[in-house]
Ligand binder design. Structure first.
Ligand code: BJW
Ligand code: ZN
Length: 280
């Protein structure tokens, strides 16, 4: 990828000392992890968020909700970081004050080389008791040969369109019981109507308030309060660079809009910012 927009964004990145990288589901799309709202492939095209991603849904049918999240967790387990994740890690390695803020509940930033992203919407890998909040152990995964292959594309990182198909839901699965109080264990993610983890939200607002560049990658910017993070940076004068194949509500506040997939645009951006480095 080349062009005046890439060159302009590269100048902003090369000049930055305290960048924030703010990511959404599009960051992991090329790893085969489905987004939520993309036409055809987004999870919400196939599943109703009100039946799966709210506290009321879990109360009404814990096995349905737990089974769905277990299917997704196993899909993510098989996925691999894509070149976009590695480019974000390269930015963080080059600029140690970089803060990576993610809405994603996968662990692909960590496996891609960013050890501690700020997680606004929790994690698929941190289940906890639905009553007393005690952290619960992850269920052990079946070996891949133990069952029929799932049609999730995570085993084919950076693959074609087939790897973006939402995975089949394996069906209801009773959640484990809390070892302390016996209540059902729930996924450690943030559902609609729930508060974001206060420390993570505070860290995100602080980083966005003090950054000198905000790079927003692969988010529709429709879900609040997370979507306000780029707005905080823009309001305080930091340039915002967006990486997304399609327009979003953030377009208007962006200094540069880079239209394209994160797995291609981010490595190109890193190469353009630091042409003499062997990273990206
Ligand atoms: C690519 C690409 C490629 C594709 N490369 N790009 C203000 C206004 C309106 C509503 C509200 C408001 N404040 C609060 C609300 C309510 C609600 C909300 O925002 N609703 C709106 C949807 C209308 N928010 C909440 O309920 C939040 N809680 C809250 O506000 O609590 C208040 C409270 C305070 C005190 C006490 C109690 C309560 C919680 C929100 C939780 C969101 N949870 C989810 C599910 C997580 C668990 C799970 O995984 O199942 O988080 S919803 C889902 O959306 C998930 C995501 O993190 C989040 C954002 O989605 P994201 O990442 O942007 O994905 P997509 O699919 O939308 O977009 C993907 C993008 O990638 C697209 O743009 C593509 O083009 C692009 N793309 N391929 C780069 N290769
Ligand atoms: Zn408990």
């Amino acid at each position: 990828m080349t062009g005046p927009e890439l060159a302009e964004a590269a100048l902003l990145l090369a000049a930055a000392r305290r960048p924030v990288v703010f990511t959404g589901a599009g960051m992991s799309a090329e790893s085969g992890v489905p987004t939520f709202r993309d036409a055809q492939t987004g999870l919400w095209q196939r599943y109703d968020p009100q039946e799966l991603a709210t506290p009321a849904a879990f109360r009404a049918d814990p096995a349905l909700v737990w089974g769905w999240y277990e299917t997704r967790r196993r899909g993510v387990r098989r996925a691999l970081p894509n070149p976009g994740h590695r480019a974000v890690a390269a930015i963080a390695a080059r600029l140690p004050e970089t803060v990576v803020i993610t809405q994603n509940v996968d662990d692909l930033h960590e496996r891609g080389g960013v050890p501690a992203p700020v997680r606004l919407h929790g994690s698929l890998f941190a289940p906890r008791c639905s009553a007393c909040a005690r952290p619960a152990p992850l269920p052990s995964d079946l070996p891949p040969s133990a069952g029929p292959p799932e049609p999730h594309g995570g085993a084919e990182p950076h693959g074609g369109a087939e790897s973006h198909a939402p995975e089949a839901h394996d069906g209801p699965l009773d959640p484990p019981a809390c070892a302390d109080c016996g209540a059902p264990v729930r996924p450690g993610v943030v559902w609609f109507g729930e508060a974001l983890p206060s420390a993570a939200l505070a860290a995100a607002v602080e980083a966005a308030s003090g950054c000198d560049l905000l790079l927003t990658v692969g988010t529709s910017a429709l879900v609040h309060p997370a979507a306000e993070i780029p707005l905080v940076a823009a309001r305080l004068g930091a340039p915002v660079v967006q990486v997304n194949p399609v327009p979003t509500p953030l377009d208007a506040i962006c200094a540069v809009n880079l239209r394209g997939p994160a797995g291609e645009v981010l490595p190109a951006l890193v190469r353009a910012a630091w042409p003499d480095d062997a990273v990206g």
